[in-house]
Structure formats: C-alpha cells, structure tokens
Write a protein that binds this ligand. Structure first.
Ligand SMILES: Cc1cc2nc3c(=O)[nH]c(=O)nc-3n(C[C@H](O)[C@H](O)[C@H](O)COP(=O)(O)OP(=O)(O)OC[C@H]3O[C@@H](n4cnc5c(N)ncnc54)[C@H](O)[C@@H]3O)c2cc1C
Length: 431
C-alpha cells in the first residue's frame, strides 16, 4: 500500500473577511486548515458592515476600481486580478448567498443581511472540514532558523498552547472598531518578526474642525456640496497645485466638526502624524452654479425682498441656520438686503463657493471604518502575499498597509488578498 501524503497544515489567525476567505482558498487547494479566532464567533466586523447589510464588493470595472484604492494599489494588482469582484459574487452565489447590485455598483446580499455573507463562508469551510477554534487569541508566531531565512513553525496562543503549522496566514485586521476584535495584534506579531509597520491611523473617519460655527450647525446635513482638501501650507494658494482630494456629495455637521460620506472619503487623505498643524478645506455650497449664476441669483433675491435682512434673503438658497452663519461670516450680519453693494455681493459669492474649514484632527479608531497604515507591504511578495524574510508567513486584509474608499472596496481587498494568501500557502508545498 502506498503511503498517504501528509496534508499541509495551515493556521489562519483571525476569522474576519480576509481570514475566512484565506481558509476557503487554502482548503480548496487540499490543505488541512485551522482558523484561530479570539472572539466567540466569526465575522463580527462583517456583521456591522454596510449598516448591517454588508456592501461586500463593488461591481465597477477594474479600471475604475483602482481609483478607489488609497494606499498601495500596485501591491494589490495580482490579488485583485486573481480573484476579482465577479469571482467573489459567484463564490457567494455558489454558497447560498445570492447578491444584488445597487446604486454606485455597490453589491449587497439579496437578503440585506450581512450575516448571510459570513454564513456562506462558514458553509464553504464546513464542507471542507476546516476547524475554527473560537476564544483562541494568538500571542505570537513561532519561527525557526536564522535572521532573513526564518521559517514559520506554528503559533502560540495566549494560554501558552503551541500549534504547529507549515504555513501561517496573519489576518488579524487593523485597529478600527476594536470591539469587533481588531485591536492591532497583528502589528505587534509582525514587528516581533522584524516586519516594518507604517504608523496606523484612523481613516474613513469623522473630522474635527477648529471652527465653532461647525459645531453650532450640529445635526444639519447638506447634499450636493463640493469639498476640496488642500495640501498642507497651501490654504492661500488654491489654484497652485492639484488638491489632495475634491469630492461631491453629502456631509453632516456634528458637535465636534464634520462627518458624512464626503468627509469620510476626504479623511483618507489626511495624515495628522506628518501634519499635526492640520489641513485646510474649502466647501462649495453651490457647486452646480457658476460664480456669475450665483451672483445673479443673489441679486434676484435681493430685488425681490430689499427690506429683509440678508440672512433671511439667502434662506432661499440654504437652510436657515446655515444662512445665518454665512451672513455672519461674510460680515453682512444683520444688515438689510438693499444696503448690500456689488462688491459685497461678490465677496458673498466667493465665500459661498469657498467656505474655509480647518481640519484639526479626526475621531478615534472606535469610529473609523478602516485603519490606514499597517504591515509594510514592502515586506511581502505581492504575487503570493508571503513575507519575504519569513518563509511560510502570509498576510491578508486590513492588517496590511492597504485601504480604500467606501463602496465595497475594503472588503474586496480582504477577499482578494485572503484568496491569494490561502492559495499560495497551500500551493507552496505543491498540494
Ligand atoms: C462600521 C463598519 C462598516 C464597514 N462597512 C464596510 C462595507 O460596507 N464595505 C466594505 O467593503 N468595508 C466595510 N468596512 C471595512 C471592512 O469591514 C474591513 O476592511 C474588513 O472587515 C477587514 O477585514 P479583515 O479580515 O482584514 O479584518 P477584520 O474583519 O477586522 O477581522 C480580523 C479578525 O481577526 C481576529 N483577531 C484579531 N487579533 C487576533 C488574535 N490575536 N488572535 C486571533 N484572532 C484575532 C479578530 O477578532 C477579527 O475577527 C466597514 C468597517 C466598519 C468598522
């Protein structure tokens, strides 16, 4: 009788989006897989994505896809081309989770239940006899050998148990929403093995502002506005260089500053560790109108109600509270419309199209949708996700220094890198 070949044993650390997909791919390739998860269940973060509906990917074409990746898009080429959005959608359909595409190419489960995405992944793993051990926090990754030629031998859990492995896939996530289990453990484990860590920072996160008027407008949301984020030290030179970000959409004023989809996206481009002085932004409250059209509109409103206060007159353009703030910021204050001269109208138009806002920081990881920074991608081979200096160690998902806009892109990063890491880890031994 021929000897049966020992199955290659792969340990995946973390049963989030990237870890579950890595386990699916590795088990599909014939490896014996054990997933170690510190929580009592899998996919705690998946559960809260897309407001509980899970915007699991974005069905845009790949050219457009790359416009939404903020950090290290090139590192992701092999992973995303190897397992793209269509493949992820098919995977879910094949595992009992039909999907639908909504506005902006955002893809959701037909059921509108994020838990169905996790169920589909777990169903796939059950069919391949993958073991998931819950309440099992990993403390460190074990290696043997000399520096630069380290080889993974297994992991040690927080209780001191040692689990042997031919390969380890690190998929512990970033630091955002730590209550879901993503507490940055992977950064520490990576550092211990000499892997560089790019300073993690909250991203896709509400922004703190210096202006008191923002807080006074707490609760007010604006649609169809344009926000421009200037490069630091360029607040006076608007037209000199391409801004860091310009976007159009919806925003919200809060007791600490500003939030809403447009602001979250702008936050991806703010790095307060490098620029503690903060960033200047310009808010165009009427981007659909040219300067001339806006001035003509204001003149018409003045002619229609010359004896009313200017703040009341521009209420036809803005919600009342905002109209009052704009009137006060422009220096017009309580004056009546008929007392406003042409120069003042021009100044008012300039302000409406360029309301200055100073971003002084962001809210913390507790409110950040993703973490910017993480394990330095330079330490990993983009065609396999394997660590260059530690053989048999792979990383996937948000633990890496990769992040993207909202719209399903961050989860697609987790699926694609997880799939590549799982496949590569299994294939390394020729399974
Ligand atoms: C509120 C919210 C809404 C979001 N909505 C969307 C959305 O709709 N679409 C989208 O694309 N993205 C969304 N995201 C982002 C997306 O959820 C993440 O980018 C993605 O889940 C990252 O997957 P991951 O597997 O890398 O990490 P995680 O999902 O964070 O998973 C990491 C796992 O590792 C476990 N773990 C950590 N340390 C250890 C350890 N030492 N030992 C064992 N296990 C450990 C954790 O418990 C966790 O289960 C959202 C994020 C948040 C916070």
């Amino acid at each position: 009788m021929g000897q049966t070949k020992r199955k290659r044993h792969i340990v995946v650390i973390g049963a989030g989006a990237a870890g579950l997909m890595a386990a699916c791919a590795a088990s599909d390739c014939g490896a014996a897989v054990t997933v170690l998860e510190k929580n009592e269940k899998a996919g705690k973060k998946i559960y809260i994505t897309g407001k509980g509906r899970c915007n699991l990917t974005n069905a845009c074409d790949l050219q457009e896809f790359w416009n939404h990746i903020v950090s290290n898009p090139k590192f992701l080429y092999s992973a995303v081309y190897g397992f793209d959005q269509q493949q992820m959608m098919r995977f879910l359909e094949d595992n009992g989770c039909p999907v639908k595409t909504e506005r902006g190419d955002r893809v959701f489960p037909v059921s509108d239940h994020a838990s169905d995405v996790t169920k589909a992944l777990l169903y796939h793993l059950r069919n391949r006899n993958v073991e998931i051990r819950y309440h099992c926090p990993v403390k460190r990754i074990l290696t043997a050998g000399e520096e630069k030629t380290f080889r993974v031998t297994g992991v040690e859990t927080r209780t001191g148990e040692r689990i042997e492995a031919d390969a380890v896939i690190l998929a512990t996530g970033g630091r955002s929403y730590p209550s879901t289990g993503s507490e940055g453990d992977g950064y520490r484990m990576g550092k211990e093995l000499g892997i560089g860590v790019i300073q993690p920072a909250p991203s896709l996160v509400p922004v703190l502002t210096s202006e008191a008027w923002c807080a006074r407008l707490q609760g007010l949301s604006l649609k169809n506005v344009e926000l421009t984020l200037l490069r630091p030290q360029e607040e006076t030179g608007r037209k000199k260089k391409k801004p860091l970000f310009t976007g159009f959409g919806e925003m919200l004023f809060t007791h600490f500053g500003i939030s809403g989809p447009l602001v979250l996206t702008a936050s991806c481009y703010m790095d307060f560790d490098s620029h503690p002085e903060g960033y200047f932004m310009r808010l165009n409250l009427k981007p659909a109108l040219t300067e001339e059209q806006l001035a003509a509109r204001i003149r018409r409103e003045i002619d229609a109600a010359p004896l009313k206060k200017m703040a009341t007159v521009i209420r036809t353009l803005f919600p009342q509270r905002l109209a009052e703030e704009i009137s006060s910021m422009s220096g017009i204050g309580e004056r009546t419309a008929s007392s406003i001269n042409d120069k003042e109208i021009d100044k008012l138009c300039e302000l409406i199209r360029n309301v200055p806002i100073h971003a002084s920081g962001t809210r913390g990881f507790q409110e950040a949708i993703v973490t910017r920074g993480g394990l330095d991608v330079k330490a990993f081979d983009p065609s396999t996700m394997e660590c260059k200096n530690v053989k048999g160690l792979y990383a996937a998902g948000e633990v890496l220094d990769v992040d993207a806009h909202t719209g399903g892109f961050n989860l697609q990063i987790a699926w694609s890198t997880g799939h590549l890491a799982g496949e590569s880890a299994a294939e390394e031994a020729g399974i």
